[in-house]
Write a protein that binds this ligand. Structure first.
Ligand SMILES: Nc1ncnc2c1ncn2[C@@H]1O[C@H](COP(=O)(O)OP(=O)(O)OP(=O)(O)O)[C@@H](O)[C@H]1O
Ligand SMILES: [Mg+2]
Length: 476
């Protein structure tokens, strides 16, 4: 069961946090007066504009009247539930964020609230620190989401590449380039290491082109032997070779007026290179076994993770073909070159897989993010995506913790310290030793978190409540 205090539902690294979204319009709904007042006082002191409602009916009236950024609502209220209020609020404005307040005993309803669209929850009794952190995090995430949407809108591409995640300068450059080159119809060469999103970008280019209603056909040139590749691409006529019992259209014909994506173009044989050159130069081709020339109205986008210029120098790739393909190069940065995108990508994948697996999660712990920030990601975004899918599947707590990351990613995590290698000959007091270690860690975490217990608790992977217990126990 999710414990209430492994906080920091951060899909954002510290560096990614823009200044706090300063003043939000918050609607507080609770039938308990003391809670309403507490929320009102704390949130106003944080600089927000707070409106309070005593029940669902009043809340709906406010929502009709005023734009609201954040709804903080009790779940159980006499007239309607907080989740219903949130649903109604989202129907009016899908951008609104929601925090649900649950009775301590019912973590299930909290999980249910997350499933139904709440951004986070608070379990009673909560303390002021906890409230502030949860609210700030939810508002920050909302802000980031909005910036992303605005950014893409500014680039004029809300739909076409909403699925390509990235806010780094390098990726913004890629977005701009896609926008510029997509409508031109030119041949494009997408380069980048494995897993950097070359196919994703090729599809985005197609979707932003005049050909977007026609097929996008992908062919992996590295996966097929030469003869098969040829008949796949150009088709064949009956009797062209043993087994060719009927005429078969090749992908170039299937993709007519659309786009053919030639993946791993660097793997093609010299013979195929000649044939491809012909398609690119003359826009004509022959089906295997046929003398007839057919017109090819297709756009070609090629991709490779090899250095084609090097291959040309080594005479392993035709220079003339290289120039035909490399009309407009689009180079995708490796993930190492855009580390600032890691939290955003990781958050995106956690959302994707937690949705798919029906496992509501709040996000990624800071420690897990720190491991990911240090790691080199040789498999780039694909490796990150796989790591997040695995982590979502394994995670038992509401936050992705370092333990759920693959061994390679968290290798640099600090090892357990202070364990005596052997027992002294005259024995020793284990319980006291353990208490001592415990006390030191609790004190250190408290200090590192500048006294904010929720943060300190998270650092040690424990619930707020357990942490509070230890603080009392050791009189810290
Ligand atoms: N910027 C991104 N935003 C979201 N998902 C991404 C991004 N880049 C890559 N991915 C995801 O990572 C995976 C790998 O992407 P893709 O297949 O496009 O990489 P590739 O460069 O073609 O790799 P390879 O060279 O190994 O074929 C896909 O699941 C893709 O959806
Ligand atoms: Mg690929």
């Amino acid at each position: 069961m999710p414990s209430n205090a492994q906080r920091q539902p951060v899909a954002l690294a510290e560096s990614d946090r823009a200044e706090r979204p300063s003043r939000a319009r918050v609607l507080v709904v609770d039938d308990e007066r003391s809670i309403r007042e507490l929320l009102g006082i704390v949130l106003r002191r944080e600089g927000h504009h707070v409106i309070v409602a005593e029940n669902g009916g009043q809340a709906l009236a406010v929502l009709e009247r005023e734009p609201i950024d954040l709804l903080v609502s009790d779940i159980r209220m006499p007239d309607m539930s907080g989740v219903e209020v949130l649903k109604a609020a989202k129907a009016r404005n899908h951008d609104i964020a929601g925090i649900m307040i649950t009775a301590f005993a019912s973590t299930e309803s909290a999980v249910e609230a997350l499933r139904l669209g709440a951004s986070d929850y608070l379990a009673k009794p909560f303390d002021v620190d906890e409230l502030k952190i949860v609210v700030a995090n939810v508002l920050e995430r909302r802000q980031l989401r909005r910036e992303n949407v605005l950014l893409k809108r500014a680039l004029g591409s809300t739909h076409a590449f909403a699925n390509i995640i990235g806010r780094s300068e390098a990726m913004l450059g890629v977005f701009r380039l896609i926008e510029t080159v997509a409508p031109t119809g030119s041949t494009i060469l997408v380069t980048g290491e494995s897993g950097t999103g070359k196919e994703l970008v090729a599809r985005a280019i197609h979707c932003n082109s005049a050909r977007h209603e026609r097929p996008f056909v992908a062919l992996n040139c590295g996966a097929l032997p030469e003869t098969l590749l040829e008949s796949e691409l150009f088709g064949h006529v009956r009797g062209a070779f043993t087994g060719a019992e009927t005429n078969k259209k090749g992908l170039i014909e299937v993709a007519e007026h659309g786009t053919v994506f030639l993946d791993e173009i660097g793997e093609t044989s010299p013979m195929m290179q000649v044939k491809l050159l012909r398609v690119l130069q003359e826009r004509r081709f022959r089906r295997v076994g046929s003398a007839e020339e057919v017109e090819a109205d297709i756009r070609i986008i090629a991709a490779t993770n090899r250095d084609l210029a090097d291959m040309v120098a080594e005479e392993r790739f035709r220079e003339d073909l290289y120039y035909r393909i490399n009309v407009i190069p689009v180079r995708l940065p490796s993930l190492r070159e855009r580390r600032e995108d890691i939290p955003l990508l990781a958050g995106h994948f956690v959302e994707k897989y937690s949705g798919r697996m029906g496992k509501p999660l709040r996000g990624i712990s800071k420690d897990a993010l720190a491991c990911m920030a240090r790691y080199s990601w040789p498999g780039n975004v694909r490796e990150l995506e796989n790591a997040m899918e695995r982590a979502v599947a394994l995670e038992q707590s509401p936050l992705i913790l370092p333990e759920s990351l693959p061994e390679t990613v968290r290798r640099q995590a600090p090892a357990a310290a202070g364990v005596p290698a052997e027992i002294p000959s005259d024995g020793f007091d284990l319980e006291r030793h353990v208490r001592d270690i415990e006390r030191r860690y609790i004190a250190a975490a408290l200090e590192r978190a500048s006294g904010v217990k929720t943060r300190a608790a998270e650092m040690l992977g424990m619930s707020f409540r357990s942490f509070r217990y230890y603080v009392k126990k050791y009189e810290l």
